[in-house]
Every structure is written in structure tokens, then in C-alpha cells.
Design a protein around this ligand. Structure first.
Ligand SMILES: [Zn+2]
Length: 221
């Protein structure tokens, strides 16, 4: 085999290895590129819409606060170190990207929630998955764009977003946001996801508010 042929084979193998590595790390690379480009969460949430959500999901701040009326939430924490301490004590648990949902990079919150909230997220994923199977359509992961905030992060967010409120449910560990825009053109999946959320809401397991900025604000009851 001459030198040129050997070089071509080497280059081919190196390219294959690089392609496999890119494929295996595609979501990390995507997140890294977005981070480098400085794309904010609202911009990256995709283009999908949320049909009927404006009438289906109307639980305002006062209604969602009922979920915390029995003192089931955490005390608002001054900053991130307080949330980290609650994680060490296992009062809050981490949520991370898996086969069923994507946990976005969060600029103004931490991907930690109370165990009850994690159970709810898993139940929501299971219900949505069973609907996809029943309808024989491909499962598309939903995206959690925000979870628990500290008073410091709410203050920072308020400077950017007038809708951010001081006594936000996000301070208490059972509130998270799902980006409906991240479903993009997967209309069938969006519909089944909405159906699943609606069913859990009817079972009084959660309160949901449709937000025009691209997310569904969900508090576990
Ligand atoms: Zn929210």
C-alpha cells in the first residue's frame, strides 16, 4: 500500500471517530454553541405554539399560591448557596436531562426541586409517553426551562423582565417552567403534552399558567 492510500485511510478513520464523538455529544455541543453565541432562554425556546393554552391554563399567581398554603414549600433562599445547602440536606433534589425531558441551562434558577415536584415531572413524562405510544407517534422530549430561584436570582431577573415577581412560586421548590416553543413544529406531540398536563391539572395535581413569553408556569399541588 502506498503512502497516499495509507494517509487517506487514516484521515477517513479520524473523520469517522470525530463524527461519532460529535453525534454522541450533540446536545452538549448545541448548548455550548448557544452559550457562546449568547442566545438567551427566551430566544432559544424555539418557534412552537401552544394551541388553546390561553384558555386551558389560567391559574394566576394567587391560585398557584394555594399549592404552598399548607407550608409545603421551602423558605425563599437568599442566594444560590442556600439552595445548595438544601440539596446537601436532600430537601431539594437535582433534575437533569434524561430520555424523557431536557433540562435547559438555567441563567436565573437552579435545576433543583422538592421530591414531590420531581415525582410529578416523571408522572407527566410517563403520561405523555403513553399517549405518544397509543397514537403511534415518536416521543419528543419536553424542555424544562426554569426551576427554583433564590431571592438574588429573582432580583437579577426582575432587572431584565418586568413579569418576574418578588414572591414568585419559583422561590419555593415546587414550581417549574416548560417551554412550549421548544416543541417547534412537533404539533402532534405538543397536543398530547398539553392533554397530559390538562389531565393532571384536572386531577388537582398541579396549577398551570400559560405565559406568552413561551412557557407554561407549573406549580405542583
Ligand atoms: Zn415560571
Amino acid at each position: 500500500m502506498n503512502k497516499l492510500k495509507r494517509s487517506i485511510i487514516y484521515v477517513f478513520f479520524i473523520c469517522m471517530i470525530v463524527l461519532v464523538l460529535i453525534f454522541l455529544n450533540r446536545s452538549r455541543i448545541k448548548r455550548f454553541v448557544k452559550h457562546c453565541l449568547g442566545i438567551t432562554k427566551n430566544q432559544e425556546s424555539g418557534t412552537g405554539s401552544c394551541p388553546n393554552c390561553i384558555t386551558l391554563f389560567t391559574d394566576d399567581v394567587a391560585t398557584q399560591a394555594k399549592a404552598y398554603a399548607n407550608g409545603s414549600g421551602i423558605e425563599p433562599q437568599k442566594d444560590e448557596s442556600g439552595l445548595e445547602l438544601l440539596c446537601k440536606k436532600k430537601i431539594l433534589i437535582k433534575i437533569s436531562t434524561n430520555n424523557y425531558y431536557i433540562v435547559d441551562d438555567m441563567n436565573f434558577s437552579k435545576p433543583v426541586v422538592l421530591p414531590k415536584c420531581k415525582i410529578f415531572i416523571d408522572d407527566l413524562a410517563n403520561l405523555y409517553k403513553s399517549k405518544c405510544e397509543k397514537n403511534r407517534i415518536k416521543y419528543e422530549s419536553f424542555t424544562i426551562s426554569s426551576a427554583t430561584r433564590s431571592l438574588k436570582s429573582v432580583k437579577k431577573l426582575k432587572a431584565k423582565n418586568n413579569n418576574a415577581i418578588k414572591n414568585s412560586g419559583h422561590l419555593k421548590g415546587k414550581t417549574f417552567d416548560v417551554s412550549y416553543r421548544a416543541f417547534n413544529n412537533n404539533f402532534k406531540q405538543t397536543k398530547l403534552f398539553i392533554e397530559s398536563l390538562k389531565e393532571l391539572k384536572q386531577l388537582k395535581r398541579c396549577f398551570v399558567k400559560y405565559e406568552k413569553n413561551g412557557c407554561l408556569h407549573i406549580t405542583v399541588n
